[in-house]
Design a binder for this molecule. Structure first.
Ligand code: CA
Length: 533
């Protein structure tokens, strides 16, 4: 005889199982890369589309919706991630600079999904300084992580794993998807790559990809920033003056010492020294012929910039290819697991990136190249295949979108808007017509001055407040932001109006941070670095 309580327990168990088996809430697979500019994705078109196929990401676009005007709130790795998981601007979540520690005590969408019955996993680059919370499973790269034989941190400690980080992260995500997750629950899988972040070390199998291709150069590769405010001229992110031959480009023979005083070059050598002898030989062999020719050529001036651009872009695009492979492998596994009909797949990256545009690499600026994020969403039965949404969207919207997909309400203090109506093909009449942006890390690596601003569908106004300088662009007439029109009297009324709207946005988002001007102090300090033509 079974006892009454045993029968009751059995019934409860059956009820829970049947409830979970029929739980209609969609699974969410968030594939996220680092520094993958939209203009290095085939589906976004542009200069590189002809040489840079991203077949798996493009296919996702063909099956889902591509957001052509998605932007970050602060164009740098950690802050973008913090905005994504909290649904808040940096001043509101406390994570405005990469060296900050994320306060894990605050509400995040993974925590809320987990509490609501999702099983959750975070694999790869986390970059928030403190251990993840809200995940049933997590395994992350410490800090920025490294490309070859990376360390991974999990609740059980730290271990070094042999291989390339893009392949390792993909394999861990596949393993969790197939065998690791609680299959009685809907799931959230965050698969977050280091690639194609600096210092752009591709998988060995892609070292010769693009060897016979000349990557087209952007028109602005030799920009002199003559029309810009001072900050564009005192930055330290030029391919010409700041990209290093060893750390960034692996352009010296392997037996030669790196430039003695460049800390970056020394850390680049440390990256190479992590390789196994077999990996290292294949790596050195892959660049040997080109490096020998480079040593003989003794390039200078514009020729040297052009050579650096080619090496940089080839390695960057090789890293992109590895990420694209991951998208394909995850899509295949989702199919094989019978999950395709009820799984939302998202591809995005934390910000844009300069691919020689304006002569630069890196990000940080409010200019579109670095502010724009790729965002492609496939939601079977909801997103119209091959559709595009051009409404203004931002990374602070992601958390509320994922909660909405799961049928959950956002926290009252989240600052974004759910994109679910847009995913359904709606164009709400009251959709936002302006975005707020604030970059905070200065003085710091790459020396991009603090700035905040407003971007509407047509205009952009940027305030480099410490320098007491402004920039203004008419994006309709000048989509590449090549001519700062702040002092053009024809735009005076427009600029006055935008200044008012910018102050309104600061109130709406409750950004009370100090943006006072200190032009005498700051301009004097950096005047020597200003190479105004
Ligand atoms: Ca990044």
């Amino acid at each position: 005889m079974f006892s009454r309580s045993a029968i009751a327990a059995c019934l409860v168990s059956v009820l829970i199982q049947s409830a979970n088996a029929s739980d209609p809430r969609p699974n969410i697979v968030f594939i996220f890369s680092d520094d993958h500019a939209a203009h290095a994705i085939g589906a976004y078109g542009g200069l590189l589309a002809s040489v840079n196929p991203t077949p798996n990401i493009d296919k996702l676009g063909q099956q889902g919706m591509l957001f052509s005007n998605c932007f970050c709130a602060n164009s740098i790795c950690g802050p973008s991630r913090a905005s994504i998981i909290t649904g808040k601007h940096a001043h509101a979540n406390g994570f405005g600079q990469n060296e900050n520690q994320f306060d894990q005590g605050q509400p995040t969408f993974p925590k809320m999904l987990q509490k609501a019955g999702y099983t959750t996993a975070m694999i790869g680059k986390w970059h928030l300084g403190s251990d993840p919370q809200g995940f049933d499973y997590w395994k992350i790269l410490p800090g920025q992580g490294v490309y070859y034989n990376p360390d991974f941190v999990s609740p059980s400690g730290e271990e070094r794993i042999e291989g390339h980080c893009t392949e390792l992260i993909t394999d861990m995500a596949l393993e969790w998807l197939k065998n690791g997750r609680d299959k009685s629950k809907p799931f959230l899988l965050m698969c977050q790559h280091k690639a194609p972040h600096r210092n752009w070390m591709p998988q060995l199998k892609y070292l010769s990809l693009y060897n016979d291709t000349r990557i087209p150069e952007p028109d602005t590769l030799f920009d002199d920033y003559a029309d810009n405010a001072i900050p564009a001229r005192i930055q330290e992110m030029e391919i010409d003056r700041h990209m290093t031959l060893v750390y960034d480009l692996f352009a010296l023979p392997p037996d030669q010492d790196p430039t003695p005083n460049l800390a970056t070059d020394k850390s680049g050598v440390a990256n190479l020294e992590r390789m196994t002898p077999v990996q290292r030989k294949a790596w050195d062999d892959g660049f040997a012929k080109d490096n020998a020719a480079f040593a003989v050529a003794q390039l200078t001036g514009m020729d040297l910039v052009r050579w650096k651009y080619q090496r940089y872009m080839k390695n960057y695009l090789r890293c992109v290819r590895g990420v694209d492979d991951c998208v394909g492998e995850l899509m295949k596994a989702i199919d094989e697991e019978g999950l395709a009909d009820n799984t939302v797949v998202i591809y995005s990256s934390d910000q844009g990136f300069y691919l020689g545009d304006y002569g630069w690499y890196d990000k940080r600026w409010m200019y579109d190249v670095s502010m724009r994020m790729p965002l492609i969403v496939k939601w079977p039965g909801v997103t119209k295949p091959g559709s595009t949404c051009d409404l203004l969207t931002q990374n602070i919207d992601f958390a509320e979108t994922f909660l909405d997909i799961a049928g959950l309400k956002p926290n009252a203090d989240m600052q974004g808007v759910s994109l679910v109506p847009l995913l359904k093909g709606q164009k709400p009449a009251d959709w936002r017509d302006a975005l707020y942006y604030h970059y905070l890390e200065f003085p710091s690596v790459h020396m991009v001055a603090r700035h905040y601003g407003i971007r509407t569908n047509r205009y952009k106004l940027i305030h480099f407040y410490e320098f007491g300088e402004w920039e203004f662009y008419d994006l309709q007439r000048d989509p590449e932001e090549r001519l700062n029109q702040y002092n053009n009297p024809d735009y005076a009324d427009t600029i006055t109006g935008l200044k008012g709207r910018l102050e309104d946005l600061r109130k709406v988002y409750k950004d009370a941070s100090d943006v006072s001007e200190k032009p005498a102090d700051w301009q004097a300090r950096y005047r020597a670095a200003d190479k105004k033509p």
